[in-house]
Every structure is written in C-alpha cells, then in structure tokens.
Design a protein around this ligand. Sequence first.
Ligand code: G3P
Length: 216
Amino acid sequence: MKFFIDTANIEQIKAAASWGVLDGVTTNPSLVAKESRDYKELLNQIVEIVDGPISAEVVSEEVDGMLREARDLAGIHSNIVIKVPFTPDGLRVTKTLSGEGIGVNVTLIFSPLQALMAAKAGARFVSPFVGRLDDISHQGMDIVNDIVTIYDNYIFETEVLVASVRHPLHVLEAALMGADVATIPFKVLKQMFKHPLTDIGIEKFLADWRNAGKKM
Ligand code: G3P
C-alpha cells in the first residue's frame, strides 16, 4: 500500500519523506491556497523531495482550459499527475491526457459508478473522498470497498487513492480493503505513530538501563 501526503506544505513533505514512508504527494487548490507560494515553484520543489506521483490540480472548468493547464503542469516533471474533477469535461480531459501518456487523478469521487466511469476513461488514480461522505452521514469507506471490488472484477489498472482521510482508522480500513493508496494529512500521519505502550516501553527500557548504570 502506498502512502501519499495530502498537503502543499514543504516542511510537512520533508518530514514525512524523512520517515521513509512517503510514496507521493497530493495537492489541491485549497491546500495550495494555504501556502503563500507560486504553485509551479512549489511543485518544482516537491518533485525534488519526493520521487513518486505528485498530483497537481487544474482549476479551469472546461476542456480547453483544463488541457492547457494540465500540459503546462505536466511539463514540470514526469512525476506530475494531473488532478481533474469528475465532470463530463473532466472525463474528456482524462481520456485525452491518458492517450498522451500523462497520468490523471480523477478527484471528487463520491460513488462507485463515478469511479467506474473514471477508470473507463483511462484514469491512473481515482480519489474517493471518504471524510466528506462521513460528514454527511454516509459510510465513506463503503464506496472504497465497492470500487476495489469493481476494479478487481474487471481488472482495471486504475489505482484507488483514498482521499479526505480524517483519522488513522480510515487508513487501517483502506489497507484492509486493499486500496492501492491513502493520501494522508500530516496530522494523521503523526497520529499513526502513537501508541501508549510504545511510549511506556521506551520509558521502561531507558529507566532500566539508567538504573543498572549501563553505558553505550
Ligand atoms: O486532496 C483532497 C482531499 O484529501 C481533501 O480532503 O479533508 O478537505 O475533505 P478534505
């Protein structure tokens, strides 16, 4: 299972990369808006830190604008994956870009049938937003399970990228369901380190060592 970090913050990306767990990065317009940086400059820096898929999202809503932005962003580095929203124009763009060998991450997926359509159009990744479904009292992870089953049934190569992750249990469930990727906010990655027995265990080992007067 791959771990991507869901952020446009360079310090967070560097920290997660240093832990040896990072396979890629996802950004979106809201995450980029939090950083007072030029987007392309930011992406240029990210591709130097992480050698894996880096999702960069287009903000145009019609085909021509999306394609123009996508080709421009894809020119930054071969690891850039273009994030497009699940709309009829988004799928047209997915089909065109995938035909050109540019990877596409179809985002804002809220149903298994949307994911099926995105895969048929040639998406490299689909991003089901589990937290936002939970927010409106739907079981977000249920659609991940359905998408994994559908892709297995028809042997689609599109990867299921679980997005809108809000807590470690989303990541655990995604792993148990066989999702290919979870894109995880920095806060959740840090939560995944935590276990009280790990902290207690370290404390006890060190206390025993000190009390016995041992030296390294
Ligand atoms: O990158 C897209 C997604 O992960 C957004 O998450 O928390 O804004 O629903 P959230």
